[in-house]
Design a protein around this ligand. Structure first.
Ligand code: NAD
Ligand code: WQD
Length: 329
């Protein structure tokens, strides 16, 4: 199939391009490079030895219609979006505008050009502070930040479009905590400035770019008091997109993409130290506002309906994250 990958130069998008190309699909990437580099596309070509057509374009601009005119698009994976929870509270309008308008512009182009396969990047954040493991049938709770609201709203918009047009097939993928990098070490997660997320913070401490990790709270009701999350290897997540696309049928389908396994902050630090033989200095500090104690997935629906299972464990996540960070300049 000819797949338009919006945000395909970013962290999850670039790894998904590798998985799509390896599965035999043709990939067209559109990205405004607001949080990524065009060089990443070259790395994806190098890894796969395949071609990619790249458009430097903003997905809130109706110019995206030209992509649909130029290519016979069979399906869209819509990754393009702003993703920092903290920043979304400071710049709500930027988040609502970018994330909601881009979803609407792409969906409108799909209607115009009769493209009926749509895969959307949602997030476990839409579950709010719920009972673990999170199940797709849960009613969504209000999230504590504009970023989470943009995901919940985009889910509703796409659902309403599918209700009005039964031919429209939508897969809403709720990601848990993607970490790690492609095993080549050529592409990975490279956040701008000081990382917000745990794994890139750990790798930068390991590289001695940052002095020590701050562990946000050790008084949660979890096995060791620190926050528990469902870390998933980025290539397993990428392969989940290929499975979702290949199994897409009419209507709206929601899938958790996680491992179903909860890992605490202290466990992740230990796994990283053991996998790579490097010490990660840390200190315990206060809880981070807005954090919940535990978040992990019920993965049975994705396993049963998509036949998708994760293949990589926490040690590979830590090894691959470090391999990328070590090489990254
Ligand atoms: P990323 O920032 O690395 O990738 C997003 C890409 O979209 C970037 O390349 C950016 O330049 C591009 N982009 C942003 N706005 C755009 C626009 N208007 N037009 C064109 N391109 C635009 O982030 P990521 O981690 O790869 O996340 C991809 C998607 O998955 C996002 O929608 C994010 O909200 C969602 N998601 C991410 C996580 C996570 O932990 N990384 C978890 C759940 C959901
Ligand atoms: C993981 C754990 C922290 C940093 C966020 C978004 C979510 C999704 C994924 C997009 C928590 C602890 C972290 C640090 C720490 N993104 N931590 N020290 O918060 O689960 O999810 O990214 O959709 O929407 O909210 O991920 O990696 O920030 O935190 O102790 O320096 O690590 O408290 O328990 P989170 P995270």
């Amino acid at each position: 199939m000819n797949i338009l990958v919006t945000g395909g130069a970013g962290y999850i998008g670039s790894h998904t391009c590798v998985a799509l190309l390896e599965a035999g699909h043709t990939v067209i990437v559109a990205d405004n490079l607001s949080n990524s580099k065009a060089a990443t596309i070259e790395k994806v070509k190098q890894i796969t030895n395949k071609e990619i057509t790249f458009y430097h374009m903003d997905m809130t601009d109706e110019l995206v219609n030209t992509i649909f005119s130029n290519h016979n698009i069979d399906g869209v994976i819509h990754f393009a979006g702003l993703k920092s929870v903290g920043e979304s509270a400071e710049k709500p309008l930027d988040y609502y505008y970018n994330n909601i308008v881009s979803t609407m512009v792409i969906a409108k182009a799909c209607q115009k050009f009769n493209v009926n396969r749509f895969v959307f990047s949602s997030s476990a954040t839409v579950y709010g502070d719920n009972k673990v493991p999170f199940v797709e049938t849960y009613d969504l709770l209000p999230t504590t930040n504009p970023y989470g609201e943009t995901k919940a709203m985009s889910e509703r918009i796409l659902t309403d479009i599918a209700m009005a047009n039964p031919a429209f097939s939508v897969s809403l993928l709720r990601y848990f905590n993607p970490v790690g990098a492609h095993e080549s070490g050529l592409i990975g997660e490279a956040p701008n400035g000081i990382p917000n997320n745990l794994m890139p913070y750990i790798t930068q401490v390991a590289k001695r770019k940052l002095e020590k990790l701050r562990v946000f709270g050790n008084d949660y009701i979890t096995m060791d008091g620190t926050g528990v999350r469902d870390y998933i290897h980025i290539m397993d997540l990428a392969e989940g997109h290929v499975a979702a696309l290949n199994n897409l049928t009419e209507g709206v389908h929601i899938y958790n993409l996680g491992t179903g396994q909860g890992t605490s902050v202290l466990e992740l630090i230990k796994a990283f130290e053991e996998a790579n033989g490097i010490e990660v200095p840390y200190e315990i500090v206060d809880r981070r506002p807005g954090d919940i104690a535990s978040c992990f997935a019920d993965t049975s629906k994705a396993r049963q309906e998509l036949g998708w299972i994760v293949k990589r464990d926490i040690t590979e996540m830590c090894r691959d994250a470090w391999r990328f960070e070590k090489n990254y300049k």
